[in-house]
Ligand binder design. Structure first.
Ligand code: DC
Length: 228
C-alpha cells in the first residue's frame, strides 16, 4: 500500500445486523463521495465459494486458502454495485439464508479473518472510505478518524427484518425473529475472535427511534466534527 492510500480518511460503521448499517453506509459513502467496503460481503463470498466447491466450512485451512485466493470484483460503475466471483454475478446469490448461515461459520475462523485483513485494508483509497462491518473500528482500521457503532433494540431490528421479508413475500413469526436476533447477538458478542463490540473510541448511535435521515445527519455531523 502506498503512503497516499494510507492517508485516506476512514469512517468505520460497526454494529449488529438490522441496525441499518448497510443502508446507512451506502448513503454516507454517496454523500461523502467515498469508497465503500461491505466487509460482510467478503465473508459471504468465502461462504459461497466453499459451498460451490464442496469445501467443508469448518475445514479452516482450506477455507482460509479460498479466502486468500478469492477472485472477486466489486463493480461500482452502475447505479447499484454488482459483485462478481470468478466472473459470475453473485450479487443476489450471496444474500440467501444458506450463505448467511455458512458465512457466520467461516467468519468465526481466525485464519479466514487473517486472510481477508489486507484485502479489506486495500479499500482505503483517496478520497476516503466508509467501512461497514463488525470489527472495522477494532481490528481492521484501528486508526480510523471516525468510528461509529450503530445499534438498535432487538425489537426494532426484528421489525425491520420482518418488513424486508414481507416485501419479499416471506412470512415469519415476529416473536421468533426477536428470539433469533437475541441468540445471534449473544453469539456474536461472545465469540473469541473479533467479537462484536464497540471500539473504545467509537461513537455509539442507537437508531431505535430514529429515521434513516436522522441517522445519516448524525453521522455526517460526526464526520464534520472530526475535521476540526
Ligand atoms: O453483515 P453481513 O450479514 O453481510 O455479514 C455476514 C457474516 O459475516 C455475518 O455472520 C457476520 C460476519 N461478519 C464478520 O464477522 N465481520 C465483519 N467485519 C463483517 C461480517
Amino acid at each position: 500500500m502506498n503512503s497516499h492510500n494510507s492517508l485516506a480518511q476512514v469512517v468505520t460503521i460497526d454494529g449488529p445486523s438490522g441496525s441499518g448499517k448497510g443502508t446507512l453506509s451506502q448513503l454516507l459513502a454517496q454523500n461523502l463521495n467515498f469508497h465503500l467496503l461491505d466487509s460482510g460481503a467478503l465473508y459471504r463470498l468465502v461462504a459461497l465459494a466453499a459451498i460451490s466447491q464442496g469445501v467443508d466450512p469448518q475445514a479452516q485451512d482450506k477455507v482460509a486458502e479460498l479466502a486468500a485466493n478469492l477472485d472477486v470484483e466489486f463493480d461500482v460503475s452502475g447505479k447499484d454495485m454488482r459483485i462478481r466471483l470468478a466472473g459470475r454475478d453473485v450479487t443476489a446469490a450471496i444474500r440467501t439464508e444458506e450463505v448467511s448461515r455458512v458465512a457466520s461459520i467461516v467468519a468465526a475462523l481466525p485464519p479466514v479473518r487473517n486472510a481477508l485483513l489486507q484485502r479489506q485494508r486495500d479499500f482505503r483509497q483517496a478520497p476516503g472510505l466508509v467501512a461497514d462491518g463488525r470489527d472495522m473500528g477494532t481490528m481492521v482500521f484501528p486508526d480510523a478518524e471516525v468510528k461509529i457503532f450503530l445499534t438498535a433494540s432487538p425489537e426494532a431490528r426484528a421489525e425491520r427484518r420482518y418488513k424486508q421479508l414481507q416485501e419479499r413475500g416471506e412470512w415469519v413469526d415476529m416473536a421468533q425473529l426477536v428470539e433469533d436476533i437475541r441468540t445471534r447477538d449473544q453469539r456474536d458478542s461472545e465469540r473469541s475472535v473479533s467479537p462484536l463490540k464497540p471500539a473504545d473510541d467509537a461513537y455509539i448511535l442507537d437508531s431505535t427511534d430514529m429515521s434513516i435521515g436522522q441517522v445519516l445527519a448524525a453521522m455526517l455531523a460526526r464526520v464534520e466534527e472530526a475535521k476540526r
